[in-house]
Design a protein around this ligand. Structure first.
Ligand code: SER
Ligand code: ZN
Length: 508
């Protein structure tokens, strides 16, 4: 049975707070402050509010040292915004007249009611109580003054809305756009175990491998082909992107919200002094074991993630900068992998890895240029895969992976498709309907990263970004699954390049 999706029709807030005055009120000051508040707050609160939705004062009392207020509101000018306005107005009005200021705000209660049918109870940060009520769902938040000023309540409300949508999470979209001709099966084994047995690769750690000869040859041939035949003809230029991603950048890219469980993290040592580690090093010597649980105590909290998408630093390059869209689009590629993933679905041979190499292709510019670049990239990939490498491939429009990485489930689609995947058929797995492996993708992100990384344009014109990646190990895997290990049976272009490499160093 299909579960009904929760739809939030309205959000109501009720906030009670004390505004602490800078000194005790004397004589008729209590009355004057109360008079001022009662007469001016309503119009101050209603600025920018929709008619009949102005924040309403529920309760207002003035005593010696504080003004206590309870405000109710809808979505637009929210109750806590009204409290902040009250503070500002009081200081501005009473400062010059009475030499009086507002020292601080204590939030006594903060209630948010989400009105709607079939709402789901979800966990929210700073929620101390939640109750299902007739109209929907009510939360009591434990927030303080600085939270009010850093938009924490607003983000909690957004998080609730997001979590309701997440539930009905858009089903994975997969629409085949193009497919090459069916190619006769000439090799029917899984290349994974053979790669290992033949000594082309050796396992170093789960999901991490040595790429020996001649595996590295083949990987480089395919890599160069992507550089020469996919990226360079479209004007892409090489750069080296950093491979330690500060948490702040991972946050802007959305990864800390979307995929915290799929990344690897890097810590700095607790001190630069070797002596600081004495207890630990002694233990390693005596026990002759690495003892990570002890080491952990000598490390600082994590500062970096390892690159997950490999394009994270690209957007940061422009963060806070002002661009000029009269200039040609920015087109760069980075072939200085690895990327790292703590794969949720488990590891598989040379196909799903912890550390993998790829050429990350990144672009930024006018929307039409970014969309055009992405489409041309897909064409170029398909052309080398189908023609030069004689592989059976297809392209599909898919749910944008970069949105999933950012934990965003809302449909962001515009009239330009977000992401296309390129998949190769793996003959040894059988069924042509289902046995395809994603080996490349290319996306446009619209203006999402421009927004999240605060990138400006001198005339305020819309800037888009895009990126395209490819798992080089997967290219090798799919290539071998199609053509096998006998070089004589390989496509001519690969054979030609193969000859120019040195023979393997390992004899197996
Ligand atoms: N950065 C994109 C991804 O992670 C393309 O490589 O899928
Ligand atoms: Zn990317």
């Amino acid at each position: 049975m299909e579960e009904k999706q929760g739809v939030v029709k309205d959000v109501r807030l009720r906030v009670s707070a004390d505004l602490h005055l800078s000194r005790e009120l004397r004589g008729d000051e209590v009355e004057k402050v109360a008079e001022y508040a009662v007469s001016s707050f309503p119009s101050i609160f209603s600025r920018g509010a929709l008619k009949d939705e102005e924040p309403r004062i529920n309760e207002l009392t003035v005593s010696g040292e504080k003004l206590s207020i309870t405000v109710e509101s809808g979505r637009r000018v929210r109750a806590h915004e009204a409290v902040k306005r009250a503070r500002k107005a009081l200081s501005e009005e009473l400062g010059p007249k009475m030499g009086l200021g507002v020292r601080g705000i204590s939030v006594k209660s903060f209630e948010v009611t989400f009105i709607g049918d079939c709402l789901r109870e979800v966990k929210l940060p700073f929620a101390k109580k939640v109750e299902k009520i007739k109209e929907g769902m009510k939360y009591w938040l434990d927030v303080n003054e600085s939270d009010l000023y850093s938009q924490v309540p607003d983000r909690i409300i957004s998080l609730f809305l997001e979590k309701q949508e997440e539930h009905a999470a858009a089903r994975e979209v997969h629409k085949i756009v193009w497919r090459s001709s069916e190619k006769p099966v000439k090799y029917a084994a899984d290349p994974g175990p053979l790669l290992d047995e033949e000594g082309w690769v050796k396992r170093f750690y789960p999901g991490i491998w040595y790429y020996l000869q001649p595996y590295a040859n083949l990987l480089r041939i395919l890599e160069n082909m992507i550089v020469e035949k996919v990226a360079k003809p479209l004007g892409f230029q090489e750069v080296v992107l950093p491979k330690l991603i500060p948490l702040e950048v991972a946050k802007k890219k959305g990864h800390l919200a979307g995929i915290p469980s799929e990344m690897l993290y890097v810590c700095e040592p607790g001190s630069r002094e070797v002596s600081y580690f004495e207890d630990y090093t002694d233990l390693v010597k005596v026990l002759n074991e690495p003892r990570p649980e002890v080491l952990k105590q000598f490390l600082k909290e994590p500062v970096f993630t390892l690159p997950y998408a490999q394009c994270e630093p690209f957007y940061e390059l422009f963060a806070g900068e002002t661009l000029n869209l009269d200039n040609p689009p920015v087109k760069l590629y980075d072939r200085s992998g690895f990327s790292f993933r703590h794969e949720a679905g488990g590891l598989r041979s040379l196909e799903r890895l912890t550390a993998f190499t790829r050429i990350e292709i990144v672009y930024l510019g006018r929307p039409e240029d970014v969309a055009e670049t992405r489409d041309r990239l897909i064409e170029n990939y398909l052309s080398i895969l189908d023609k030069t490498l004689d592989m059976e491939v297809r392209s599909a429009e898919v749910t944008p992976v970069w949105m999933a990485h950012a934990g965003v489930v809302k449909d962001v689609s515009r009239n330009v498709s977000a992401t296309f995947d390129i998949e190769a058929y793996l003959p040894f797995r059988g069924d042509r309907e289902s046995e395809w492996l994603e080996i490349a993708n290319a996306s446009v992100h619209y203006d999402k990263y421009v927004d999240w990384f605060n990138i400006k344009e001198r005339k305020g014109r819309e800037v888009w970004t895009g990126c395209s990646g490819n798992g080089l190990e997967r290219w090798v895997y799919a290539f071998l699954a199609r053509h096998g290990f006998n070089v004589e049976n390989w496509p001519v272009e690969v054979k030609r390049l193969w000859a120019s490499y040195k023979p393997p160093i390992m004899d197996t």
